[in-house]
Design a protein around this ligand. Structure first.
Ligand SMILES: [Zn+2]
Length: 140
């Protein structure tokens, strides 16, 4: 991520937080790509303080604008579900390792599918981004 891309996308994320009723969250765009190599984007939240880190893979910047806003919508929608992750963690803690595997796998899959479905709708309330791509940054 170039400095120019980082500034543009941080502004876009701040704008999207307001539109998506998440203005009480602070989401910081960080330089590190997602931990999972297959992921285009990921978000790590510290729920109690409404603070999160957004990670974007280099491939994100070459996606079409409508895809980019869907990725941003998807990651930010996860913040609406933080209480469910907390519940999952608490259940795992109380019920042990086997329940942990079942609960986490099922809950994360259900939330991922719901988040994907919602992102396909929510993207339409977000302006289409016009941020610097890898190729047009290199031209400057
Ligand atoms: Zn997700």
């Amino acid at each position: 991520m170039t400095p120019k891309q980082k500034v543009y996308w941080q502004r876009y994320v701040d704008y999207a937080l307001g539109v998506m009723h998440l203005a009480h969250w602070t989401v910081r765009l960080v330089d590190d790509p997602p931990e999972n190599d297959d992921a285009i984007a990921s978000i790590l939240a510290e729920e109690q303080v409404h603070d999160a880190e957004l990670h974007l893979a280099d491939r994100f910047f070459d996606k079409r604008p409508d895809e980019q806003r869907t990725y941003i919508a998807h990651e930010l929608i996860h913040l609406h579900f933080w209480q469910y992750m907390q519940l999952s963690n608490e259940l795992c803690y109380q019920l042990g390792a086997q329940a942990q595997m079942i609960a986490i796998r099922q809950l994360e899959r259900a939330m991922e599918l719901a988040t994907d479905d919602l992102a396909r709708v929510v993207r339409f309330i977000l302006d289409e981004p016009s941020g610097p791509t890898t190729s047009n940054v290199q031209l400057e």
